[in-house]
Structures are given as C-alpha cells and as structure tokens.
Design a protein around this ligand. Sequence first.
Ligand code: UDP
Ligand code: MG
Length: 137
Amino acid sequence: MQRTFIMIKPDAVKNGHVGNILAHIQKEGFKTRGLKLIQLSLSDAKQFYKVHSERPFYNDLCSFMASGPIVAAVLERDNAVLHWREVIGATDPKEAKDGTIRKLYAESKEANAVHGSDSDENAEFEISFFFKGYELV
Ligand code: UDP
Ligand code: MG
C-alpha cells in the first residue's frame, strides 16, 4: 500500500465539484486516511509550491491557490501516486484524456481542479506539510 497527497483546488471547490471528485476517489478504490477543508494564506501557498519558485507561473499559481477554500486529502491504495496521476490526467485540461478529473472539471492549465503528488518522496513531504499525526487514520 502507498499513500499520496491530493488537493481539490479553489476552482473546483467554488464550482461545486467536491462531491463528484470524492466519488471518483471512492470508485478508484482509494481509502481516505485524511480529509479537510482549508484556506491557505499566500505565504502557505508559496511555501508549499517552493519547488516551482523559479517557474514563470509561480506567483499566479500561489495567488490562485490562496484565492479560496481547498480540500486536502491523504489517499491510500496500491500504486497510489501513479494511479491518482492517471485519474486526474494531464496538467492542461485541453491535453487530458476523456474521463479524467481535469478533463471533466478543470477550467484551465492553472485552475486545473486537482493536485496530486508526483513521487513517493514528495507525497510524504506534502502529507506532513498539511496533516498532523492525529489527523490521519
Ligand atoms: N501550472 C500553471 N502553468 C503551467 C504549469 C503549471 O499554472 O504552465 C500550475 C498548475 O496549477 C499545476 C501547478 O502549477 O497543477 C503545478 O505544476 P506541475 O508542473 O507540477 O503540474 P501538475 O503536477 O499539477 O500536473
Ligand atoms: Mg506537480
């Protein structure tokens, strides 16, 4: 079993897609080990995305991620990191395959509905960034 960290981003929360996205999580056989609705400050977002601090989209991305509530979750199943990346699809919804979460619910390459960790190592860092031990079951 492996864990991954996911977020439902401000666009998808605002557009009322939380229930549908949680249904995808269940249908794909993930167990939810942690789940919460939170509001990031700009400095929280900058800290979380610091690996992207040299990228041209960094400032806009951080402002967007602090623009409204998000849902953060820890999901578990076999091959969780890669499986979730397949379920969400490409970063840009225009390039995402039919049936993927980003194809179904994203607004744009930035406001792309969901986050997913890209490696086991980053998943563990991202989980500890958002969740204390007692918030995980
Ligand atoms: N992003 C953006 N413009 C880009 C690339 C990425 O606004 O050209 C945003 C988008 O919200 C993406 C996030 O930055 O989800 C992190 O980028 P990454 O390349 O890690 O994409 P992901 O792993 O989320 O598919
Ligand atoms: Mg990424």
